[in-house]
Design a protein around this ligand. Structure first.
Ligand SMILES: Cc1ncc(COP(=O)(O)O)c(C=O)c1O
Length: 369
């Protein structure tokens, strides 16, 4: 039912939903001698070279449909995971956010409650609301930005459908160790499904990090989320996937759209999965860059959070919007935490050595001003 003064076909929960904020376009990089986009957690090393070669080869075939797209992608992933997860347990889509959309479409009914922990990936809220779901925010506990497991368990009611866990979390970079996630999953009622967003898992170096695959293999009601946008460097191609139990997989795969996966993205993704060298080089870049940036922040007395992602959140010593705007003028694009519910903080993507150095030089310049 819609509001009395709007079109009778409009759904009231879609009318009421907060529209996801589109940001300003990336500035024209050619206006600067050097321009570094360190605001969206992309891979500054670029795309996997094997994926790029596959794109060039696939491009000539774009006039044709692929009649076996999702199935082929799911089969490929099952092989990649050595058949420990079977084909029908994957949910393949044109990006991680599309997997999230499929999850919400399939599992969030009008009035269903979904627990999220802010500050976190902001599109969850919008996708829940578009299905008529109710967002229940149990914020991360400060100052260490840890998941408040007791409060999450207290917030569960008979209306709870989904619990979103982002591990490592965006924008904080913090992670929740295995023991805590084991406890949470153990204590949740069986009919609540955990959406376990670990799109940054390649950058994790902590020994006690809990991987979604172990919960799925153990038959827990968990949906893991992966993307090709981060370490594989294919953000612009839009390709990602989820994986879950056979029961949930079979259900969510009914939400099917013919020819959902585009042929070029799929060719790139398949090649990227084989490109271990690119993964290793990208991990090395991030881990070395992280160490260097930590040292520099410490020298400057800037507060930052230890990260398990390819980004670092730090407290801006001067008003955060002023700093991001000044730095953009100098060709260094970083993201204020305000949009994520972390005002006063800034999220910085860890880049190449040159990018990190340029960030630090310009940052210091504005601190000393
Ligand atoms: C936590 C988290 N989840 C999901 C995504 C979605 O990634 P994509 O839609 O590019 O696959 C992102 C992208 O930044 C993210 O940070």
């Amino acid at each position: 039912m819609s509001n009395s003064n709007s079109h009778p076909l409009f759904k009231s929960h879609i009318e009421k939903a907060t529209r996801f904020q589109l940001r300003k376009p990336t500035p024209n990089k050619t206006n600067w001698d050097t321009f570094y986009k360190l605001s969206s957690n992309e891979n500054l090393m670029g795309a996997s070279p094997k994926a790029l070669a596959a794109v060039k080869q696939a491009i000539d075939g774009v006039y044709e449909y692929d009649h076996y797209d999702d199935f082929q992608f799911q089969d490929k992933l099952a092989d990649y995971y050595k058949q420990e997860i079977k084909s029908g347990q994957f949910i393949t889509a044109n990006s991680g956010v599309e997997v999230l959309e499929i999850i919400c479409r399939g599992l969030v009914s009008v009035g269903a409650e979904c627990i999220v922990s802010s500050p976190t990936f902001s599109p969850y809220k919008n996708m829940i609301e578009l299905e008529g779901g109710v967002v229940v925010d149990i914020p991360l506990s400060t100052p260490d930005y840890q998941l408040d497991i007791d409060e999450i368990l207290n917030a569960v009611t008979e209306k709870t459908a989904l619990v979103f866990i982002t591990n490592p979390n965006n924008p904080t970079g913090t992670y929740i160790e295995k023991e805590k996630i084991d406890h949470l999953i153990e204590q949740l009622p069986d009919d609540v499904i955990v959406v376990y967003d670990e799109v940054y898992y390649h950058f994790v170096d902590a020994d006690d990090f809990p991987y979604a695959i172990d919960y799925v293999k153990a038959g827990k009601p968990v949906i893991g989320l992966h993307t090709f946008s981060k370490i594989y460097g294919l953000a612009g191609l839009r390709i990602g996937y989820g994986f879950t139990t056979p029961e949930i997989g079979e259900y969510l795969n009914k939400i099917f759209r013919p020819f959902r996966i585009d042929t070029v993205s799929m060719a790139a993704a398949f090649a990227a999965l084989e490109d271990e060298e690119h993964v290793n080089r990208s991990q090395k870049m991030v881990w070395e860059g992280k160490k260097w940036l930590y040292e520099k922040f410490e020298e400057l007395g800037v507060e930052y959070l230890k990260s398990q992602g390819n980004f670092i959140m730090f407290k801006s010593p001067i008003p955060s919007l002023e700093l991001t705007s000044n730095m953009l003028d100098e060709g260094v694009m970083i993201r204020p935490g305000d949009n994520f519910g972390a005002p006063g903080y800034i999220r910085l993507t860890i880049g190449t050595e040159a990018a990190n150095k340029r960030f630090m030089d310009v940052f210091k310049h504005f601190l000393e001003k």
